[in-house]
Design a protein around this ligand. Structure first.
Ligand code: HEM
Length: 509
């Protein structure tokens, strides 16, 4: 009897040992392959980073912090695929158009990298951070029509109204902190067009929504510039978590209130069917509630999407509008050319003329200026994808489980694609020059299935804001602004100058 129990126990123990060994062997094989493939890609590894990362983040020069590190890193590998081991995480950086195409042109590479987790806390399953393909596809199908050209036409007077408010505030001012002033204007614009309400950010900064919005951007900024707080483990025990989560909760509560008000207005009942319709605005939220009531989005999904559109649309357009004005202030000859084009479109200049949609289509040179700004100052300088399968890029294999980072900032400044890549030259976007380059040599809005859904919206908004300011004012560098050669750039929640930049606005007539 005793011997039989002993035998059973020892068989059990052997089975457990065999099972554990198999699991360990499988894990080792997978991980070994992961490490082997990773190590075959040229780059840097764990020890360089653990002990030297901070030293490799330039504090001075044209690119500081993470941006400077990435620029130096890709340049030292001549733009070819290169890898970074971040402890056990493998990240492969790509800049060449043909390599980018392999990733962004592949519909199977859908999932965003872990670096988006920071935003996911607030945006949830919104389009930008969604990682479930079926959910993302359904949402994208519902949201795409709300950004149709016909709807964008209705947004022009809204953008114009906010741009005029900005223009009135900047009149004769020597010192306009351009990122701050433009940021409030784009926030008012996006809240108006996303939720159909005015939050009056330009009228008063004593506004909870605005303060919460900026608190969140500030926490993202802190995380992006402090690699240790980037780790969830450290972030969760830091004071930033509380600041972030309190602001995020209030923003969600606010969006929820607006959602309920709208549901009451349209008489959308609990099962989601519209029972009473009335004249409505074309704001995204109104469109999503009334056009898609039956098979539409749940309240949580709607909240995620509205917050996503506000966050994805405000910072990006504020960044590009601001950099465009800075570049024009420093390049007076190019500014004059833009103004000549605007004067020819608005022959009889009247202060209150809102541009028509057709007027915006005629602003070809301004469009080249915006594209050149997007090239030199892409609001999102790097985008990332998580690989579920091994991927052959160029002559290296990026293994399943690794991350690919498309460093589009580096692509846009590649001398093989753009001669004198650091100079501001809108002629880079003359149709004949553009047609000679690969589509993947200019990807400020990403590319492929997860490209920017708001790019047409952005172009209409930026043309309206910039043309409204430039029709009235000559813009020049404000006192104390650094010379152009000393403009230092860094990655925060988006691309930003390291120092505050003031511009001066002088009436043209
Ligand atoms: C100059 C302005 C803008 C720039 C440079 C920009 C850039 C980008 C980029 C690079 C991506 C792809 C990110 C990735 O692949 O990981 C993206 C995605 C996205 N953008 Fe924009 N964006 C701009 C304006 C806007 C605006 C105005 C909106 C909304 C009204 C918007 C909403 C979105 C959304 C929802 C996504 C996620 C799309 C998806 O995954 O299906 N963006 N944007």
């Amino acid at each position: 009897m005793f011997t039989t129990v002993d035998n059973i126990s020892s068989v059990r123990a052997s089975l457990v040992v065999a099972l554990l060994s198999t699991v360990l062997l499988l894990l080792w094989k997978t991980y070994y392959k992961f490490i082997q493939l990773g190590n075959r890609i040229p780059g840097i590894g764990v020890w360089n980073l653990a002990f030297g990362l901070m030293n490799q983040m330039p504090k001075d020069g044209p690119h500081v912090g993470l941006l400077g590190f990435l620029m130096n890193f890709v340049n030292s590998h001549e733009g070819e695929p290169c890898r970074i081991w971040l402890l056990n995480e493998l990240c492969v950086i790509l800049t060449k158009p043909k390599d980018i195409e392999v990733v962004l042109g592949n519909v199977k590479i859908f999932k965003k990298s872990g670096h988006y987790a920071m935003m996911k806390r607030l945006m949830g399953q919104g389009l930008f951070t969604a990682d479930d393909f079926a959910v993302w596809r359904r949402h994208r199908k519902i949201i795409t029509p709300t950004l149709h050209f016909n709807i964008l036409k209705d947004f022009v007077p809204i953008f114009y109204k906010q741009a005029t408010k900005l223009a009135n505030k900047t009149k004769d001012k020597e010192q306009v902190n351009i990122f701050s002033a433009v940021g409030l204007c784009t926030l008012d614009s996006i809240c108006n067009t996303a939720m159909g309400i005015n939050i009056f950010a330009q009228d008063s900064d004593n506004n909870t929504f605005l303060q919460d919005f900026y608190s969140i951007l500030k926490v993202w900024h802190t995380r992006m510039t402090n690699p240790w707080i980037m780790l969830d483990l450290m972030f969760n025990v830091s004071r930033y978590r509380e600041i972030h989560d309190n602001a995020a909760d209030r923003m969600k509560y606010f969006t929820n209130e607006i959602l309920h008000l709208k549901r009451d207005k349209y008489g959308v009942n609990k099962s989601g069917v519209t029972v009473r319709s009335e004249s409505r605005s074309t704001a995204f939220l109104d469109m999503m509630l009334t056009c898609w009531s039956e098979h539409g989005l749940s309240d949580t999904e709607l909240k995620d999407e509205i917050i996503t559109l506000i966050l994805a649309g405000q910072e990006t357009t504020a960044t590009v509008n601001s950099f465009a004005l800075i570049m024009l202030a420093y390049h007076q000859n190019i500014q004059l050319k833009v103004q000549e084009e605007l004067d020819s479109i608005f022959e009889q200049w009247r202060e209150n003329d809102c541009p028509s949609f057709e007027d915006l289509q005629k602003m070809n040179y301004l469009e080249m200026v915006i594209k050149e700004t997007l090239r030199l100052f892409p609001a999102l300088p790097i985008i990332g994808r998580a690989l579920n399968e091994d991927l052959q890029v160029n002559n290296v294999t990026s293994p399943a489980g690794s991350t690919v980072g498309v460093f589009l900032y580096g692509t846009h400044r590649d001398p093989d694609l753009y001669p004198s890549p650091n100079d501001f030259n809108p002629d880079n976007f003359l149709p004949e020059r553009q047609s000679k380059r690969s589509n993947y040599s200019f990807v400020p809005f990403g590319a492929g299935i997860r490209n920017c859904i708001g790019q047409k919206y952005a172009m209409v908004q930026m043309k309206t804001i910039l043309s409204t300011l430039l029709r009235r004012y000559r813009v020049s560098p404000g006192s104390g602004s650094p010379p152009l050669d000393n403009l230092q750039l860094m990655i925060t929640s988006s691309l930003k100058p390291k120092h505050k930049i003031n511009l001066s606005f002088t009436p043209r007539r």
